[in-house]
Design a protein around this ligand. Sequence first.
Ligand SMILES: [Zn+2]
Ligand SMILES: [Zn+2]
Length: 394
Amino acid sequence: MLDMMVVKKRVEDIFPEIAEIRNRIHMNPELSELEMNTRDVITDYLKEQNIDFSTNDEDFGVVGIIDSGGKAIGIRGDIDALPIQEEVDFEYKSQNPGVMHACGHDFHTAILLGTARILNELRNELPVGIKVFFQPAEETVGGAKQMIDRGCLKNPEVVSVIGLHLNPDIDTGKIELVNGVLNATFTEFKIIVKGKGTHGAHPDMGTDSIAVTADIIKGSQNIISRLKDPLKPGVISFGRIYGGTKDNIIPEEVVLEGIIRSFSSEEQKFLKSKLDDMARHASRWAGAKCDVIFEDSYPPLINDGGLYEIVKEEFSREFGFENLVLDSPPSLGADDFAYFCHESRGFYYTIGCHKPGDREYYPIHSPRFDPDINCIRTGILSQISAVKAIWESI
Ligand SMILES: [Zn+2]
Ligand SMILES: [Zn+2]
């Protein structure tokens, strides 16, 4: 039986060390799929703590294992940074130009190391195994899927996975829990409109790919406002459009790139098929051709309802009901933790990192994102109390 008073004391004891690791990782951020030094920081610490782990040759993920025999509970922390030039001047500023931990994954990594350390120290009290997933490439290719494909949920079998993300919208010490759908599924698309180039003075001599592009943009927003069920959220957004060389030349080709997001695979399928139809019709009508290419990314992130109840009750006891933020709406943001929810029972929650009383506010992915270091305490304590509550329910 895990004594939470002992855990709390240990969290306080190791806080300075974990804060130092976080600052070190923050100073040396690495982009997705390039997290080599971060992996070394992780494996060095796990070695120091005598925690077994495995790595692989294809990416920089690390799976730490505290095996008590039988089944296991997984805890995931993502480790990659973003292509952002940090604009906060402080002691631990990024030393890697143009790269920054602006999504808090430096915290996620350090918090998970602290969690692993304490659970390993108390391993004789654990009735289940613990696996800690230090996961690369959350911001790009979905490192979660690669970890799962390589078998991180097997041997020992992982029955539930939890994960956390920093949340600058709420004060440090508070925790936000959402039941059911938390994040969107998304698809990247590319539409290539192929017309016939001509002089701008003689549009009738060619096929204007720019005019077709304008119809596609307008038509896509009609899909959202007129065809989609208004009670089911979804977006079609364009992020990049290119084509043409000069003001008086109508180009042969224009390329549009964008994203579709929604909360269910069915809705996503519907939006994709309508966009595909509409782009082809708009092109055909004008005498142009078009290719529409979709690349599906993360599935929707859906929290397990049973785990939500178990974790909510435990956090209410541990942190006080007044410190829980409940019933928030889902967000069309995306996170590849969704794959863990898809393949296992998963629960993802966020911890406040806004310094109480601080009026400055910068969201994640901002070059000024500057979380409160004290949220490390909430992070470690919440992960340990969540896994405790989950194993007690098995
Ligand atoms: Zn991010
Ligand atoms: Zn993130």
